[in-house]
Design a protein around this ligand. Structure first.
Ligand SMILES: Cc1cc2nc3c(=O)[nH]c(=O)nc-3n(C[C@H](O)[C@H](O)[C@H](O)COP(=O)(O)OP(=O)(O)OC[C@H]3O[C@@H](n4cnc5c(N)ncnc54)[C@H](O)[C@@H]3O)c2cc1C
Length: 395
């Protein structure tokens, strides 16, 4: 028997709305979506790229990224005075979703577009905005993220990279790890400790630096994945000189800045759609009789559909400058779990009745190899559950 819902008193933890209300896409957004879709269909037909899984991390194509810039599909939320498009988060959502659904090679632009641009807009000086935002919007300036260290991932406040004040700037020394794309990027934002650790206030005394990855003292060493691919790196900073004008935001405020940067990082459609190409290919294989039809397909389609509505709703909240950290964490936990579940589902399906299908097999192998990273990158699901509990006032 289904019980009558119990009214939740105002102020109770559960009275918080976990995810903003669902919104529907208007005709202007649909028109933009169809424009992007038509372009991508042409590119696939022309052989510019072969759709794949997890392309926002693993598939770099600078020329493709520049072409997106020429079409006005990068720097979408960057104001026109800084070379951007001055459009909305919802328009950006529609474009990124179309790119991810077809598994386009978008890794080169991803970090710059998603979080470096918005961070520069919030914390950058006028000179820094002028220096980097136009290039990001053209797809010509590529940044990475320099947060994690060998002994510092979830507990970022334990970073050991340190910045020492010197004449005209800072000398930064330390090691960053898991730095996606550092070997291809022009620069990264490095989080460093600039004051001694105060155990009572661990989050104080950190600073973000804009580091030129070609500067003297920077050494980038590849970390090769188990499939032989190279997208991770270890980045050693050996007394790298950072001029004062390449401090991002305020000295000592790195923690606050990084926390808001992670907000941009967590809620987007890339937290749902990394394995969508695999699901789509499995659906085609069933349709064409190459795989046995299976009721599980509908369950995954329904989950993806619900998740994308949640992610769209978070973009709507960002557009309205409403807080969305808790909602973003909910989307990321559920979305990245579903990405992995899709890999498991197709794996089980094919194991029980494997049909020769090279393309499906290649996508499945890639999804299985990338799968462990889905729930780790951008903050692990355990940590995000803590964020959700805090957002609900439960801890
Ligand atoms: C594909 C991929 C790309 C990445 N790209 C980048 C990048 O470009 N730049 C960058 O800076 N970093 C990057 N990272 C690193 C990523 O941010 C870290 O892996 C992540 O924050 C976890 O840190 P860790 O690996 O040190 O694990 P740890 O923090 O050591 O965690 C290990 C395990 O312990 C659990 N755990 C830790 N603390 C707690 C706690 N308090 N409560 C409960 N459970 C806990 C974690 O959930 C996890 O399961 C990337 C990671 C991946 C997988």
């Amino acid at each position: 028997m289904v019980g009558t819902p119990v009214p939740i008193p105002e102020g109770h933890a559960m009275a918080h709305t976990l995810v903003p209300p669902v919104v529907t896409e208007g005709p202007a957004l649909t028109e933009l979506r169809l424009e992007v879709r038509a372009f991508l269909e042409d590119e696939i037909a022309a052989g510019t790229f072969v759709p794949h899984v997890d392309t926002w991390l693993t598939r770099w194509d600078r020329e493709f990224t520049r072409e997106l810039g020429r079409r006005g599909w990068l720097g979408m939320v960057i104001p026109t005075r800084y070379g951007g498009q001055g459009r909305t988060y919802l328009e950006r959502f529609v474009v990124t979703e179309e790119l991810l659904v077809v598994g386009a090679p978008v890794a080169a632009q991803w970090v710059s577009e998603r979080q470096i641009g918005p961070s520069l807009l919030t914390y950058g000086t006028e000179e820094q905005k002028q220096a980097y935002l136009p290039g990001i919007s053209r797809g010509e300036v590529i940044f990475g993220i320099g947060m994690s260290e060998p002994d510092s991932g979830s507990d970022l406040a334990s970073v050991r990279t340190r910045g020492e004040k010197v004449e005209g700037g800072w000398k930064v020394t330390g090691t960053k790890v898991w730095t996606s794309g550092a070997h291809e990027a022009d620069g990264f934002f490095a989080l460093a400790r600039t004051e001694p650790l105060d155990p009572a206030h661990r989050h104080r005394g950190m600073t973000q630096f804009i580091v030129d990855l070609h500067a003297p003292g920077v050494q980038i060493r590849p970390i090769v994945s188990m499939d032989g691919d190279h997208h991770f790196n270890e980045v050693h900073l050996d007394g790298v000189f950072i001029p004062d004008d390449r401090v991002l935001g305020e000295v000592g405020e790195g923690w606050r800045q990084v926390s808001s940067e992670l907000g941009f990082e967590r809620s987007g459609p890339e937290r749902i759609l990394s394995t969508f190409q695999l699901l789509a290919e499995a659906a085609s294989a069933m349709d064409e009789g190459r795989l046995p039809s299976d009721g599980g397909l509908g369950r995954h389609v329904a989950r993806v559909a619900a998740l994308r509505q949640m992610s769209f709703a978070v973009s709507t909240a960002l557009e309205a400058h409403e807080p969305a950290d808790t909602a973003a964490a909910v989307v990321k936990v559920l979305g990245t779990t579903e990405e992995g579940d899709i890999a498991d589902y197709v794996d089980t399906l094919t194991a029980s009745g494997w049909v020769e299908d090279e393309r499906l097999y290649a996508l499945l192998q890639a999804a299985i190899i990338q799968r462990p990273g889905f729930t780790l990158r951008g903050g692990t699901n355990e940590i995000l559950r803590g964020v959700i509990a805090r957002g609900l006032g439960m801890r």
